[in-house]
Design a binder for this molecule. Structure first.
Ligand code: PAF
Length: 279
């Protein structure tokens, strides 16, 4: 496994790889969710490239970039085990050299859901992902369904900018008790970790109601919000029932939907979602 930092070093290693190249962009502190993406990439491609970069432009000043968990040594051990071919770990100077001033923005989709609470977040994501795509030139790129809106925004960017890249969106990986895996789960103390189960409990209750025939958007979101509000340590920021492709908020009877939410458990902001009615 080759570990590179600069773009020339990366290009040199890429020139030795057979196509298709499967690419997994990450911010590091890898967990089973990331590793499931690497495995998917490994299964479908002769070459696998992983990037590790905690991208400052997707964090607002009051968010947790400084405290974002990092453990490069462990990440590299895990990626060796998973058989990644190249790991690119650029510095902030490599990605945003002094004088940097170009941004990639997917306009409307970036303002919805998460975007209405984190107005600069998706501009940071699409800018860095475009730069990573430009440098790596992958044939396929792998993203987790956990960040449902991110996947939709990136698919739109790929269409709009004609990237010849297939975007593969992989299922959410959950802990045994239902909590969606996230690097941010490490911020939770013992009581908060137990409280955090309320997110998936709410979503699974909505799924069960949907499977029993409930189709009203308002009822489905109410089920989730009741479950979260019953948890003392939880503070629901939003729960939405939206079209899974356009992210437009739905009301009345739905055929399929993306139920997504953000919840503060103490100081930690967690997101989770489920898609209903899409096989
Ligand atoms: O999902 C993430 O970890 C990040 O948003 C990504 C796609 C690596 C861009 O920084």
């Amino acid at each position: 496994m080759k570990i590179v930092e600069s773009i020339p070093e990366l290009r040199k290693e890429l020139s030795k790889l057979a196509h298709p190249i499967g690419f997994v962009p990450t911010m590091g502190y890898l967990h089973e969710g990331h590793l499931s993406l690497v495995r998917k990439a490994r299964e479908g491609n002769p070459s696998v490239v992983v990037s590790i970069f905690a991208n400052p432009t997707q964090f607002a000043p009051e968010e947790d970039l400084e405290n974002y968990p990092r453990d490069i040594k462990r990440d590299l051990e895990l990626l060796t085990t998973e058989g990644a071919d190249v790991v690119w770990i650029p510095t902030v100077e490599v990605m945003y050299p002094e004088g940097y001033q170009t941004w990639v923005e997917v306009e409307s989709l970036s303002t919805m859901l998460e975007g209405s609470f984190r107005p600069t977040h998706f501009r940071g994501v699409t800018t860095v992902v475009a730069k990573l795509f430009n440098a790596v030139g992958p044939d396929r790129a792998y993203f987790g369904q956990k960040d449902a809106q991110q996947a939709v925004v990136i698919q739109q960017m790929v269409r709009d900018l004609n990237y010849p890249i297939e975007i593969v969106v992989c299922s959410i990986i959950r802990e045994d008790d239902g909590l969606a895996m996230s690097s941010r789960n490490t911020y939770l103390n013992e009581n908060e970790r137990v409280a955090a189960r309320c997110l998936s409990r709410g979503l699974f209750q909505a799924r069960d109601a949907f499977l029993s025939g409930e189709r009203r958007a308002e009822t489905l979101t109410q089920i989730v919000s009741d479950e979260v509000k019953a948890e003392e340590l939880a503070d629901l920021q939003y729960v939405s029932c939206a079209d899974p492709e356009t992210l437009v908020e739905l009301d009345g009877e739905v055929k399929s939907c993306l139920i997504s939410m953000a919840v503060y458990i103490g100081k930690t902001r967690l997101i989770d979602n489920i898609i209903l009615g899409v096989s």
